[in-house]
Write a protein that binds this ligand. Structure first.
Ligand SMILES: Cc1ncc(COP(=O)(O)O)c(C=O)c1O
Length: 469
């Protein structure tokens, strides 16, 4: 709902953007007609557009800016590191202190004992690296057929060829010829949507585990299936918190078939779910853990893959046999990004950010739950400082509005934007995932604006005859 009247005349940001800039995740035709919303600066939990309008960034950008949008210390550390060593790489046994320090720090924070940390630049690259590690490892162990990886429908793991294949969302596969062979998807553990009549949450979790096992058997069992990857709490699939007992059950299945368990902590990591790691909140014991986003508070691009000793020993053997681990990015562990990430972690410790997030969790939960009896809301769910509201046409039957013709979730996001709040709708699930520094008064402001947005959408849907009440 960008204001077309801002016009794309002359040398405006909008005109130049339309002329030159190809955006991620964008309908290009729509973009040509309505143009961008150009953000020019940030302050705490707020960002400001080029018309001077301020917004509460209720999504921390892309689930990531844990410290919000201004921080002097991180800026200073980047500047100092650029002066001392602006770039160096880690290929062929070279190293530098920022990467060493960050690897050591991450290992000390890990939810289980880890052996080594590999750096990349994005969540997608980290997850692509995992796929290659799993393949490489099984070649090292003389199990060349054990290569398949299980992911989940609605899981999000990025968009590069392997990570995009792990992702279980249609828009990341359609017209891209994905997924690649050897990546298979099991069901989404969303009880509200996929639990059947009369089924308890526990029975649903058991059914998910049984379906996983049936898929593994169909795909060749322990001989062919190598790993499973999960976000502890699904983010881009709609903020889906699996029912109690789910992870215990599916981890037992993976163990039975001698599979590695990979936790994608790209959103959940660093305090989002009320603990440092989503693995701790959901009782997951991963062999491999990927993280990004809040690793550097999103001030610079950096991601990490932590591996346990079992994985490391296999990689070590194979790299010695071949002569190298032929994988790495020019910017793996980039010194400026690593220095900023390390400083972000120091700040998190000093201000007790994870403790703050834990203390804000009941406040956040109460706000989310206050929408449960709104006429449009079918499910109100949160864990830690991430939550979602699912809009439905009928609360009793859980019937959804038609996405293409009604676009209820879009309407809420658009009203919110007009009211100075960014939230994100994934279809008709509206997510909230603010910077972790947010305080009680700011939370009240955020959710007040969200309520106004929902009420405005309700008024539209009622007056247009889509919502019958
Ligand atoms: C859980 C998860 N994994 C991986 C990714 C991909 O990260 P990136 O966009 O940095 O490639 C994302 C991005 O949102 C994510 O949410």
């Amino acid at each position: 709902m960008n204001d077309v009247s801002r016009s794309f005349r002359g040398n405006s940001n909008a005109a130049r953007d339309i002329a030159h800039h190809l955006h991620p995740y964008t309908n290009f035709k729509k973009h040509e007609a309505t143009g961008p919303l150009t953000i020019v600066r940030g302050r705490g939990i707020y960002v400001m557009d080029d018309d001077g309008k301020e917004y509460i960034e209720g999504m921390a950008g892309l689930w990531s800016a844990a410290l919000g949008f201004s921080n002097e210390r991180l800026a200073t550390v980047a500047y100092e590191q650029m002066k001392q060593l602006p770039f160096y790489h880690a290929f062929n046994q070279r190293s530098h202190e920022p990467a060493i320090n960050l690897a050591e720090k991450l290992k000390s924070m890990a939810p289980v004992e880890m052996s080594k940390v590999f750096f990349a630049n994005s969540g997608s690259e980290a997850n692509d690296t995992v796929v290659k590690m799993v393949w490489y490892m099984n070649n090292a162990l003389g199990r060349p057929k054990k290569k398949k990886i299980v992911s989940r429908i609605k899981g999000y793991h990025g968009i590069t060829v392997a990570a995009g294949s792990l992702t279980g969302l249609p828009n990341n596969h359609r017209s891209f010829d994905l997924p690649i062979a050897g990546i298979v998807h099991t069901g989404c553990p969303h009880y509200y949507r996929f639990g059947v009549a009369g089924e308890s949450e526990e029975q649903f979790a058991t059914r998910c585990a049984e379906e996983l096992e049936a898929l593994i058997v169909k795909e060749g069992g322990a001989d062919q299936v190598a790993a499973m990857i999960c976000e502890p709490v699904m983010g881009a699939g709609g903020v889906i918190v699996p029912p109690k007992g789910y992870y215990e059950k599916i981890q037992a299945v993976c163990k039975k078939y001698d599979m590695l368990f990979v936790a994608d902590e790209v959103i959940c990591g660093f305090g989002r779910t009320g603990n440092v790691w989503g693995c701790q909140t959901m009782n997951i014991k991963p062999d491999i853990l990927t993280c990004a986003k809040a690793l550097s508070a999103s001030f610079l691009p950096i991601s990490a893959v932590m591996i346990n000793d079992k994985v490391y020993q296999a990689l070590m053997m194979e790299s010695d046999k071949i002569g190298t681990w032929g994988h790495g990015f020019t910017y793996s562990g980039h010194p400026v990004a690593a220095a900023v990430a390390l400083e972000a972690q120091k700040i998190y410790d000093e201000i007790d950010l994870f403790g703050h997030a834990k203390r804000m969790t009941p406040v956040f939960h109460k706000h989310i739950q206050s929408f449960a009896d709104h006429p449009l809301i079918g499910e109100a769910m949160s864990v830690g400082m991430v939550g979602a509201l699912e809009i439905v046409a009928d609360k009793k039957t859980k019937a959804a509005f038609d996405l293409a013709t009604v676009g209820a979730g879009n309407r809420v996001s658009n009203h919110a934007q007009a009211l100075g709040l960014f939230v994100r709708n994934m279809g008709d699930r509206v997510a909230v995932c603010p910077p972790l520094i947010i305080n009680e008064a700011e939370l009240a402001d955020l959710f007040g604006r969200l309520r106004q947005s929902l009420d405005a959408a309700l008024a539209d849907l009622t007056s247009e005859g889509h919502f019958k009440g």
